[in-house]
Design a protein around this ligand. Structure first.
Ligand SMILES: [Zn+2]
Length: 141
């Protein structure tokens, strides 16, 4: 999936959880959204024209890296665990819908789908994510 698709669906899942969480303050809410958005794109840090050590859709696209990120988030501040896990797992869910798929229990269990990255179907899916995000934002007011 494209970066923009990961960002939109990261924000969408943050919006969904925003309806269930009462934040202490606006900075807490902004931090929540920021961590979800960041962790929603973080797994693709393994993608580069100049690959050095990491295989794209390798360990960074597994539950192991999600759990590691959750542990690091917990050590920094327990408040960060939920948004870090939400963003990461949304990323894994989206990439698992593509033919390349992801190995959830790296190096085992590849989960894959039929939604091609960069295809018209992905952009239609992205548009649906934008629509749902806008609708949920309006609903929240
Ligand atoms: Zn990815």
């Amino acid at each position: 999936m494209r970066l923009i698709t990961h960002l939109v669906f990261g924000i969408l899942i943050a919006l969904v959880f925003d309806t269930m969480i009462s934040f202490e303050s606006l900075p807490h809410k902004l931090l929540f959204y920021s961590v979800v958005a960041f962790s929603a794109i973080l797994p693709d840090m393994d993608y580069s024209k100049h690959r050095i050590a990491l295989v794209h859709r390798g360990i960074l696209h597994s539950l192991w890296s999600g759990l590691f990120l959750g542990l690091v988030a917990y050590l920094v501040n327990p408040f960060l665990v939920l948004p870090a896990l939400l963003g990461t797992f949304m990323h894994l869910l989206l990439d698992s819908m593509t033919p390349e798929g992801v190995k959830l229990f790296y190096p085992f269990l590849r989960v894959k789908g039929k939604l091609r990255t960069g295809s018209a179907a992905e952009y239609a899916f992205l548009l649906a994510g934008v629509f749902l995000s806008v609708a949920l934002t309006i609903y929240s007011f």
